[in-house]
Design a binder for this molecule. Structure first.
Ligand SMILES: NC(=O)c1ccc[n+]([C@@H]2O[C@H](COP(=O)([O-])OP(=O)(O)OC[C@H]3O[C@@H](n4cnc5c(N)ncnc54)[C@H](O)[C@@H]3O)[C@@H](O)[C@H]2O)c1
Length: 357
């Protein structure tokens, strides 16, 4: 088992990463000073797979377990679902000291996190991420949110968990497309911050895809460490944290131009390569590095080209993206593999060029 500590001004917490760590949740909660009642928030798919193992671990250590279930799907990240969870929490007499355990992918993590941040003005939150994306990204850093109409993640808070339990064994049941979604974020972490990690991915990607436990633990650990380090420096997303959006300016536009039919990881992959091309055009990321980036994305079974989307529609979507700052389009670019920076000096014609390849 590996541990990453996230040290923040107001709070610090540990992320436990390893094979089978889910079974030690009860013990870890006790170590962290919890006792009595706990509430698990999950969905039927994840509950069926991991609900029992988690419950057993908790009851063995003397906890009284309440499990609340919401249906699967992004549409559950809503104020309406949060409202029904508040209602159930009240019915079960959940108190301010009662921890909420978010067992699931990023949807459950964001929703349960939002509920934990707001119910009784905040109850303790424990993240138990079960998708690769949630393990390397959404469970770390304290962004919790629900959607509001078409506005994604617009109602939310910065609310740090008290503990994160990341069991890499849960990835064994994940659909291939969900694994690829997570791999896009893993590649992103490496390419913005750690060239040695990028080389590690190049050397080991095939075994990682076949879920070799030692390698999966290593890539989750390294990605988590990168995100934790960035969050420690910029908890409130006012500067450096923006580099985590590498590939996301174009990626989000592709998602919305495809009416969200395209997978997030696929859109980000195309966005990462396009941002790489822009970096190259501006005389930074050299051609060899750009080729390496393309090759890793392809080997992760992610796309590198935009399938049948109109460039004009994409440019419009980019302009509407939330990263527009006073009318300027905000981009994360690479000086080289392992080094990223934020700029608003990218011309629309350069973006257009990068989109057509
Ligand atoms: N808070 C943040 O910083 C942050 C960062 C990135 C993304 N997000 C959010 O994360 C969400 C996407 O998360 P996601 O990609 O994990 O999607 P998800 O939570 O929808 O999970 C994907 C699918 O996998 C299923 N699943 C989960 N764990 C499983 C397992 N171990 N085995 C089999 N199936 C499993 C889920 O039920 C779901 O059907 C989005 O809402 C996005 O906005 C938040």
């Amino acid at each position: 088992m590996r541990k990453v500590k996230v040290r923040l001004n107001t709070s610090s917490y540990e992320i436990h990463i390893g094979s089978g760590v889910l079974r030690h949740t009860g013990h870890q909660l006790k170590e962290n000073g919890f006792s009595g009642k706990v509430v698990i928030i999950t969905n039927p798919i994840v509950k069926k797979l991991y609900g029992n193992a988690l419950k057993q671990s908790l009851t063995r250590d003397g906890f009284k377990v309440i499990t609340l279930e919401v249906p699967d799907g992004e549409e559950q990240k809503s104020l309406e679902t949060a409202g029904s969870l508040y209602h159930e929490l009240t019915e079960h007499y959940a108190e301010r000291t009662t921890p909420i355990l978010a067992l699931g992918g990023g949807v459950i993590g964001d929703l349960a996190g939002f509920v934990a941040a707001t119910y009784l003005r905040g109850v303790p939150l424990v993240q138990i991420p079960t998708t690769l994306l949630a393990q390397v990204d959404s469970s770390i850093g304290g962004k919790v949110a629900v959607n509001h109409g078409q506005l994604k993640n617009k109602i939310g808070a910065f609310y740090q968990p008290r503990l994160v339990i990341t069991d890499i064994d849960t990835l064994k049941t994940l659909a291939a497309k969900e694994l690829a979604n997570g791999l896009a974020e893993v590649i992103k972490s490496a390419v913005i911050r750690d060239k040695e990690f990028f080389a590690y991915l190049e050397a080991n990607l095939d075994q990682i895809k076949s879920l070799d436990a030692r390698l999966v633990e290593e890539i989750v650990f390294r990605s988590v460490r990168i995100k934790a380090e960035i969050v420690e420096k910029d908890e409130r997303d006012l500067g450096l944290r923006g580099i985590l959006n590498y590939g996301h300016t174009i990626g989000h536009a592709i998602e919305s131009a495809s009416d969200f039919k395209m997978e997030h990881g696929e859109a980000i992959a195309i966005g990462m390569l396009a941002a790489g091309r822009i970096s190259n055009q501006l005389g930074m990321l050299d051609q060899n590095e750009l080729n390496r980036l393309k090759c890793v994305i392809e080997r992760a079974d992610l796309p590198t080209e935009i399938p049948g989307l109109q460039v004009k529609r994409l440019l419009q979507a980019i302009k509407h993206d939330k990263k527009i700052l006073e009318g300027k389009i905000r981009f994360v670019l690479l000086t080289s593999i392992g080094e990223a920076y934020i700029t608003d000096e990218v011309s629309p014609s350069l973006i257009e060029q990068a989109l057509v390849g």
